[in-house]
Design a binder for this molecule. Structure first.
Ligand SMILES: [Zn+2]
Length: 309
């Protein structure tokens, strides 16, 4: 890619995206409740005024990871007054052939808990545009934006660094499909992948109170015990939620790809693929059954197909 193009794109580094974007609503109990129900977060400091009053917070607080919800532009965003530097930069990248986009990572930093009535507004700065990088999706540039969230008094309450890849969609090769990406195996989750290799879907269980949990983590959220063992799931469950992924296409997968959130009969949920069914026939609530799939010599993962009957 020409130096002139990159120079033009890089002239956006350090530029503010646009004027501050105020949230449509103040931090409020209704949105917190809906979010907690959707995520399945039962921590009472978010929803129970009495429990919250007795906690270290002294009152209701918002889940920190709800941060972006307070300033989201909505399904039909109001047009930004006076244009937007991010849109201009995207147009430059589009014109150079980097027409596809995928979010790659996000870091958030919380300076304090948000309380009911806080009213946030967000300002964003384009931080950097990378050199051209080769990726599994195609050649592209990483664009990093930093956003700062201020409350109604102008106090900085949180910051976020958000990175996207603007890339040239690669041409799909046929014949030799690359291997599935490897999972990031850690001390906490190694048992899960080891179990899968032996045909077992394992669920982590607290040794102290018996609570089951997934994804794996070191401490029990209910009793704070660090002692745990595992139980083998029966493999029966239902589809709690799903998306059918069409784009962007990573060469290791077949599309359309059904990504499901599976509710196991033991009570925990896991993200997996729903296979052996036309994506158009996938329904929330459908009964599912485990099918261990060996993708290659090293990688076996739990997948789910519709339960017979
Ligand atoms: Zn426990």
């Amino acid at each position: 890619m020409s130096d002139a193009f990159l120079e033009k794109a890089r002239s956006f580094e350090g530029r503010d995206v646009g004027p501050a974007e105020p949230g449509a609503d103040a931090v409020n109990q209704a949105m917190i409740r809906h979010w907690c129900e959707a995520i399945g977060d039962t921590n009472p400091v978010y929803t129970d005024p009495e429990a919250a009053r007795r906690s270290v917070h002294g009152g209701i607080v918002a889940p920190p990871v709800m941060l972006q919800a307070w300033v989201m532009r909505g399904v039909r965003p109001r047009p930004a007054a006076g244009g937007n530097a991010r849109d201009e930069l995207m147009a430059i990248l589009d014109a150079a052939g980097f027409t596809s986009v995928v979010a790659t990572d996000c870091e958030q930093e919380y300076h304090r808990y948000l309380r009911l009535g806080d009213h946030l507004s967000m300002t964003s700065t384009i931080e950097s545009i990378s050199d051209e990088k080769k990726t599994a999706l195609g050649a592209g540039h990483f664009v990093t934006t930093r956003s700062d969230y201020h409350d109604q008094q102008g106090e900085l309450v949180a910051s976020m660094r958000f990175r996207i890849l603007k890339f040239k969609p690669g041409e799909r090769k046929t014949g030799d499909q690359p291997k599935r990406p490897r999972p990031a195996v850690t001390q906490d989750n190694a048992f899960f992948f080891e179990g899968a290799r032996h045909g077992q879907l394992l669920i982590q269980r607290c040794k102290s109170c018996g609570e089951l949990r997934h994804p794996p983590r070191p401490m029990c959220a209910r009793c704070r015990s660090l002692e745990w063992d595992t139980v083998e799931a029966t493999g029966r469950g239902t589809l709690y939620s799903f998306v059918v992924n069409h784009h962007p296409q990573v060469p290791a997968f077949d599309y359309p790809l059904v990504v499901g959130l599976v509710q196991l009969e033991e009570g925990t949920r896991l993200v997996s693929n729903v296979i052996g069914v036309d994506p158009a026939d996938v329904r929330v609530g459908m009964p599912l059954e485990l099918e261990m799939v060996a993708f290659d010599d090293e990688l076996t993962l739990p997948q789910f197909h519709p339960a017979p009957g």
